[in-house]
Design a protein around this ligand. Structure first.
Ligand SMILES: [Cu+2]
Length: 249
């Protein structure tokens, strides 16, 4: 007499619903092993579970990917909205200039001051190295470096011109009155604060050490801190340029 055993161990996960599958096995009264039919069913179920797991795993990975991309785009959009804007300054030749003069061009914008003992010299040398490297790149347009002073009291157009010439004829120095400088430093969230004067009336200006990349539409695109190497900057800038030219940025 064939008794039936119920193999209740198989549970399948399908269409987001758990269901018990009761499998009737006619060959054995008590379940001491897997009869062939049960083995086949178990094999099918285990294959189905493996496939389901793989699909679910891929779906989860895709969700994470999409989520991360959305966060990246959102951060970028917030950064773009928060940084940049219109400004007007005086260049080292005494001409009034505005951000619109560089529309259609790639710009690297750095803030500092000519009496800076070490950081600005290092950053400006780095800036020149990056600009020269991009300019040598035949597949990319030239890039224009602008150096904005955060010490307009001492950094007159003449002082800026002499200082920039020490680094590269490509750098254009920009200065201005307090209101003009407040405008551009606010636009780029640049912090600066003059320290106390010493016996020689010399003083240090503490300031943000960041180089900003601006695209031909005049939009802020990326920034590079002190720890970024010229190679890293060049590679990032070229990526932005190529993406911009391909219409994906
Ligand atoms: Cu400095």
């Amino acid at each position: 007499m064939g008794k039936k055993c119920l193999l209740r161990t198989a549970i399948c996960y399908s269409s987001s619903k758990w269901c018990d599958i009761q499998i009737s096995c006619p060959q054995s009264a008590h379940f001491y092993g897997y009869p062939d039919e049960c083995k086949n069913i178990l094999t099918i179920l285990s294959t189905a579970l493996t496939i389901e797991y793989k699909i679910e795993h891929r779906r989860t990975a895709r969700y994470l990917e999409v989520g991360q991309e959305r966060i990246r785009q959102r951060t970028k959009a917030l950064g773009k909205a928060a940084l940049g804007g219109d400004w007007e300054l005086v260049d080292h030749n005494g001409q009034t200039r505005s951000n619109k003069d560089w529309h259609g061009k790639w710009v690297l914008l750095y803030f500092g001051f000519t009496h800076c003992p070490d950081i600005c010299p290092e950053e400006l040398e780095k800036l020149v190295e990056v600009v020269d490297a991009i300019d040598e790149e035949k597949s990319a347009p030239n890039i224009y470096p602008l150096f904005v002073t955060v010490d307009p009291l001492r950094d007159t157009p003449k002082a800026m011109k002499e200082y920039c010439a020490e680094y590269s004829p490509k750098i254009l120095g920009l200065t201005g009155n307090d209101e003009q400088l407040r405008g551009v430093t606010r636009a780029y969230r640049v912090y600066f604060s003059s320290g106390p004067k010493d016996d020689d009336n010399d003083y240090i200006v503490d300031h943000t050490i960041i180089t900003y990349l601006i695209n031909p539409r005049g939009e802020f695109v990326d920034y590079y801190g002190q720890t970024k190497t010229p190679i890293q900057m060049k590679s990032s800038i070229l990526n932005h340029i190529y993406r911009f030219e391909a219409g994906t940025e």
